[in-house]
Design a binder for this molecule. Structure first.
Ligand SMILES: CC(C)(COP(=O)(O)OP(=O)(O)OC[C@H]1O[C@@H](n2cnc3c(N)ncnc32)[C@H](O)[C@@H]1OP(=O)(O)O)[C@@H](O)C(=O)NCCC(=O)NCCS
Length: 167
């Protein structure tokens, strides 16, 4: 793989390019809410030496000890080179510096690549739930405890609320 740099960015012009990359995602995700994206706690970009943004991932907007991962995308020409893995590794490191004790993510059941990405990084599967968007999609919930004192089950149960489990 040619050299790729992984950087935290809050540069508006770079975030706009990252948003474009997310907008063009090919995983049938619902449209990006740009306002929410810009409020992310941290956006990590994968950049070529020439400065092109070829990947993006974030810890979504929020505060406190629970952090949600999202906005993961790698440009088609750069896939299967471990870039998503490195973006997630970097998000875990950044989460620790932000005082986050538990990370979680929700993934559509059919998104094999994204599920593998999390499991390879040590995330655990929590449960599948029906999408609250009423689409009938199954959404898997995943988590990674970053500190020993966190009661992951309690946090996950409170996050999923009254969603309907898929059994
Ligand atoms: C998901 C995505 C970010 C993965 O990016 P990537 O840089 O290609 O992923 P990596 O190279 O780090 O892959 C790590 C591992 O994930 C798994 N994986 C990645 N892509 C896969 C695929 N298409 N099918 C099956 N497993 C896959 C493999 O286990 C892979 O390890 P390997 O290449 O050694 O077998 C990329 O496919 C993408 O941008 N998809 C569209 C957007 C999207 O789905 N975003 C996530 C929404 S939740």
């Amino acid at each position: 793989m040619s050299k790729i740099n992984f950087v935290i960015s809050n540069v508006p012009a770079e975030l706009a390019l990252a948003a474009q990359l997310i907008d063009n995602r090919d995983d049938n995700a619902h449209p990006l809410n740009h306002k929410d994206f810009y409020k992310s706690r941290a956006v990590i970009l994968a950049k070529t030496v020439a400065g092109d943004i070829i990947g993006c991932a974030a810890i979504k907007a929020g505060e406190g000890i629970v952090g949600e991962l999202g906005y993961l995308v790698v440009s088609r020409h750069y896939r299967r080179q471990g870039i998503a893995q490195q973006l997630t590794q970097k998000r875990i490191e950044v989460a620790q510096t932000l005082g986050i004790s538990i990370l979680y993510a929700t993934i559509r059941d059919e998104n094999v690549a994204s599920k593998a990405n999390l499991l390879k990084m040590g995330f655990q599967f929590w449960r599948d739930y029906l999408s609250i968007r009423g689409t009938g999609n199954t959404v898997g919930w995943y988590f990674l405890a970053l500190t020993d004192d966190i009661d992951a089950s309690k946090v996950m149960q409170s996050l999923v609320g009254d969603r309907i489990p898929v059994v």
